[in-house]
Design a protein around this ligand. Structure first.
Ligand code: UDP
Length: 484
């Protein structure tokens, strides 16, 4: 019997790519599974268009892609006038009727298939209602870690059961998903404002309605958080199926492939573990003053480096993504590129997985996005933390304090256009340099712990490993759904 699954990823780079990787993993694991991935077009535009195109070309036969039609102009305008925190849920709502129509057509066309369930992104949870209309279970694909999931549920619990909200302070929380007390300063900005808390609470309530939550994590990486979720009887079944990372270079457009070759050639000429890689995710960029401090830190450290340096969007309020510089001299002090040409390379959008897998790379200065963290762990590259937005501060805390696999540059830095909590400080060259030295130390405990974690995560994905087994349990559940 053939099981049809409908995937509804969010239209963000990290969300879309890891959902597609997950679909590929599922399809390769069981020949009875057929998947349709619905691709939403973000009204602000983003680089997910090119990414989606590449992913479509690479995907195996049993995975189909359907583009959700564009919104009409009036709806688009209305959405774009909303404040950032209300925009995304309203955008997802606007896709509901379109999704319903697409799924109806898929079912008409499917020869013998039965709908086994919807797999909806953590932020597309109103699609649970559409799954209900088709009378099939909805599972959430949670593209962050179990500790962050448990934190969302904790914030919701505080609000719903104790009428409490957290506000910015120097206090510490005793949150069930963490071994150590969690400083409020490392909570995601969204949990520290009224509007943001309302969003988190509403999202967490919906997450609890899912039949199961597929978390992109590994039992051995987040044993404490996963156990605390399992102990909460109001939490759906948790499947720990990670790490789902972008194993191939699904992002690469032809010109990017060319620059990838240059980067690999350069890395090939560097000694093993000698290069520090700096990259700050799909939305990471800095103003000129901060760029100067990073450049100065690199020179002070004398370290070989590969630096993904991107230009901030000129239209800050519009959620536009950073772009590549045509000429780095626009932002770098005169002489920097010449002085460092023997030891460093500055690039734009990075082929990150290729870089992290290269033997010359010995450390990763990162914004601590969850995908980037998993990619670094998978390749055993210790990290230095510099969070910017979303849940990256709590990820940094987890990597440094809970797991000991990252050195700290900052854990509480914020560059978050959606709240007024943005950090005003410029992180000084000396602080960055110290982090670079720590992460590049060949003998450090951080490095040995990272290597241990790499082995554990790899073991989890092979037969009888924890993620392999959890995925098998999920497939069984899907097959049970179509038998009834
Ligand atoms: N990425 C990349 N090149 C870049 C920046 C990011 O390939 O220059 C990839 C990275 O490998 C990861 C994803 O984009 O897979 C970013 O996801 P993450 O969760 O780390 O951060 P986000 O961009 O969602 O904040």
């Amino acid at each position: 019997m053939r099981a049809e699954l409908i995937f509804i990823p969010s239209p963000g780079v990290g969300h879309l790519a890891s959902s597609v990787e997950f679909a590929k993993l599922l399809a390769s694991r069981d020949g009875r599974i057929f998947i349709t991935i619905l691709i939403m077009k973000h009204p602000f535009g983003s680089n997910t268009g090119a990414l989606a195109q590449n992913l479509k070309e690479e995907a195996p036969k049993r995975i189909a892609f359907v583009d959700i039609p564009d919104l009409d102009e009036a709806t688009r305008k209305e959405l774009m006038s909303l404040p950032p925190i209300s925009f995304f849920p309203a955008f997802i709502e606007s896709q509901r009727a379109l999704v319903r129509d697409i799924v109806t057509t898929i079912l008409k066309q499917s020869e013998s298939g039965k709908l086994g369930g919807f797999i909806v992104d953590m932020f597309c949870n109103s699609m649970i209602d559409v799954a209900n209309e088709f009378n099939v279970p909805a599972y959430v694909f949670f593209t962050s870690g179990a500790a962050f999931l448990s934190l969302m549920l904790y914030v919701q619990n505080l609000k719903d059961n104790e009428s409490k909200e957290i506000s910015d302070s120097d206090a510490e929380l005793s949150a069930p998903g963490f071994i150590n007390p969690v400083p409020v300063k490392v909570l995601p900005s969204v949990m520290l404002t009224k509007d943001g808390t309302a969003f988190i609470v509403a999202t967490a309530r919906r997450l609890r309605e899912a039949r199961g939550i597929l978390v992109n994590t590994v039992l051995e990486l987040e044993a404490h958080a996963i156990k605390s979720l399992a102990d909460d009887e109001n939490t759906p079944l948790i499947y720990h199926v990670g790490p789902i990372i972008n194993f191939t270079t699904g992002w690469a457009t032809p010109d990017k492939k060319k620059s990838e070759e240059d980067i690999v050639c350069w890395l090939d000429r560097q000694p093993p573990l000698s290069v520090v890689f700096l990259c700050f995710g799909s939305r990471g960029s800095f103003d000129a003053e901060q760029v100067t401090e990073i450049a100065h830190a690199l020179e002070l450290s004398g370290q070989r480096f590969l630096w993904s340096l991107r230009r901030p969007s000129q239209e800050k309020e519009k959620m536009n993504l950073p772009t590549d510089y045509e000429d780095y001299n626009e932002v770098l002090a005169e002489g920097f590129l010449e002085r460092t040409s023997a030891i460093g390379k500055v690039i734009g959008w990075a082929p990150q997985v290729t870089i992290l897998s290269h033997p010359s790379v010995g450390g990763f200065v990162s914004h601590c996005g969850w995908n980037s963290s998993l990619e670094s762990i998978w390749h055993g590259v210790p990290m230095a933390t510099w969070p910017l937005y979303a849940e990256q501060q709590i990820n940094a805390f987890q990597l440094v304090k809970e797991l000991g696999i990252a050195a700290e540059i900052k854990m509480d830095h914020r560059k978050d256009q959606f709240t007024k909590l943005e950090s005003t400080e410029v992180v000084k060259a000396e602080v960055i340099e110290r982090g670079i030295r720590c992460v590049m130390d060949g003998e450090s405990e951080v490095r040995s712990k990272m290597m241990e974690m790499k082995d554990k995560c790899r073991e989890a994905t092979v037969e009888a490993g924890s993620s392999y087994t959890s995925l098998g349990q999920f497939i069984e559940a899907i097959m049970d759904n179509i038998r009834v």
